[in-house]
Design a protein around this ligand. Sequence first.
Ligand SMILES: [Zn+2]
Ligand SMILES: [Zn+2]
Length: 326
Amino acid sequence: MISWSHVLPSRGLMRTEKAWCPECLQVALDNEEPIYEQLVWTLKIVSICTIHRIKLSTHCPYCSKKMSVLSRNGKPGSCSTCERWLGEKGWTPRIDDNSEDIKKTILILQMMIPNSNTMYRREQISESLKFYVEQLFGGNIKKAAEYFKVANATFRDWYKGRTIPPLNSLVSICLRLDISVVNFFNKVPVLELNNILDAVSSPTKTDVRQKYDHVYIKSYINKYIQQESITSPKSLRSIATSIGCDRRLLYIKYPTESKKIVDIYAKYLKREKTKREENVDIEMKVAIEKLVNSDTYPSRRKVETLLGGRYLIRERKVALKWKSIK
Ligand SMILES: [Zn+2]
Ligand SMILES: [Zn+2]
């Protein structure tokens, strides 16, 4: 990462507490490879392992303690409190390949490919932004900021080179441009993206500062119902917040649409609940089996710990599952 040392603000860059992929550790152990903690795990922005498509762990599965990146009793791959092995394999749900997290992490991993002593300059960010704003937005900074989903003033500061974006924002911009961070720094032209114009011409929060512009509100909620509600359902309250009005205003002025929004969200919550109930069944079985195989009584606390705190046996349905499987 030395190549990037001038262009990444250090604030918020690294984790203070350790994160790890339990499967990477286990694979290294099984293959008798050196056990080490990966550089990519120390970055705050990285929360998943792209090889195993699972979330990085941050708590010891045995004693549930967090640990600092460096500690006196630290030993790679082991908990610094209870000293138990942190590697394990294969029962955490896999993350979808198309998730934004995976794409972002891949961009970061590309940044870590050693790059023949190149030292990127701080000014290059502003130079590259100017290049792409010119190429794709005809020099219109405001439109570019909207497309990148960054506050106008913040984007302007980056553009002028007064400040530099944090790693997270830099990666988001590259993701929106569909190029690698290295290519961004090298000002490699991007193809005119079809969705740029769509994204910019559609109304966004910043378009309408005036309170209760009903043309805007109407188009916002209709757009939500037709498109966004399918992939990411929201509560009426959160939609009202995005618009910048009160939930009651939507109820009164747009009763039909409001009802639709509420229904969609209720159905979504129900689906999620069922999904969770199905998962608890599978995960609980695996956890109990694991304990029994290692001659350990599947106590409430042990099972809860193995389930990573996602399901608590204090929940009635979860308790019933626990009892019946046990
Ligand atoms: Zn891994
Ligand atoms: Zn521990």
